[in-house]
Design a protein around this ligand. Sequence first.
Ligand SMILES: Cc1ncc(COP(=O)(O)O)c(C=O)c1O
Length: 360
Amino acid sequence: MTIKHGGNIYEVAKKYGISEGEIIDFSANINPLGIPNKLKATIISNIEALKNYPDPDYKDLVTAIAKYNNIDEDFVIPGNGATEIIFKIVEAIKPKKSLLLAPTFLEYERALKNVQSDVIYYLLNESNGFNIDKNDLLEKLEDDIDLVVLCNPNNPTGQIIEKDTLVEILIECKNKGISLMIDEAFIEFVDKEEEHSLIRCLADFDNLFIIRALTKFFAIPGLRIGYGLLSNKNIKKRIINKKEPWTINGFAAICGDVLFEDYEYIKKSKEFFRVERENMYSELKKLRGLKVFKPHANYIFFKVLEENIDLKDRLICRKILIRKCDNYVNLSNSFYRVAIKDKESNAELIKAIREVLYED
Ligand SMILES: Cc1ncc(COP(=O)(O)O)c(C=O)c1O
């Protein structure tokens, strides 16, 4: 692994001589409601599934994904996490030239470099709250670009792109023969997600490739399950023909319905984030010395205004791990991202930041 992500508590525990269990991890954006109980029960009662190969076509999982999203089963490709699908779509499109937001999730660039794509950046501006400027972005869509990658809401900045803007970009891409891959890994955390997702455009746009994750919302990073949505039959065929068999494990293969039909968990999570996102945002904004960007997902992005303060280092002494964003293109080492966790942990983080900024 050459790229650093959040959530590497193993490395941090070793480096600082603390046990993994003692670390409060704000660096990985995982739903604090934890693994749904129904999933735990399903895995335990299906332990014998391990003795069989999973269905290589993952029919039940595909059906569950299609039903959850109210789309055609043909549009679905399940994967070993959203990450596998990002790499497979890029491999199938094989773009000579690609446009990426900067900053954004780091694996797009790795996937693109794997196929020797020439990567150019659309630089997001701090002065514009790291939002895209529609007209400016549309102007950058030159004919020689093969693939545009967007992340909505964007990681690490937490900003969303309005649906009207997305549709304009999608149409412009279509007109210019450009593919648009949009990562909606965090879309379930957004209020009124259906007003932001491009899912309903799939049937009409064969240049649209949507990435979806279960990792974040259902708190299952270790299960490794995600999916891609596309209506482009050629690209789908290319992916299926090249894909290794059984990349999704037997437990993930049987958990689709259990997760997607856990309406109680879904409702509770959405309600929790609606409230706690606002609470944490307003508490962070009260801290002198931080510039906090309005969050839309389950994490909050901010800047420490005074230079030469390493907030991550200061907090790790208190066994709190946050994501320092210095390895993103177009971000300096003053930027950080914190997950929204349970109320008590969030309060502990705010208190710790206050103390290390003002009292140390
Ligand atoms: C925007 C984005 N997409 C995809 C992923 C990968 O998700 P998965 O665990 O499903 O591979 C991440 C993980 O951090 C992410 O931030």
